[in-house]
Write a protein that binds this ligand. Sequence first.
Ligand code: FES
Length: 73
Amino acid sequence: MGDGTGPVDLTGQDSIWVCTCMQSEMWPYCDGAHHSFGGAGPEEVKLDPQKTYKICQCYRTKTRPFCDGTHLK
Ligand code: FES
């Protein structure tokens, strides 16, 4: 869950399921909360497993699920 800190690195994944209902306790990842919330389901984001990605933990990025540097402002 985001706590206002900077991003975490993610590598070796070919896709992730990203929360779109903003109820997940594991944001930006889907934790199934949309089932009880009645919100939209997750969005699959394809990744290159050879690359390392900066995953946002602060909720404020405009390029979900990736860090866009907003946590520094
Ligand atoms: S961690 Fe959210 S914008 Fe960087």
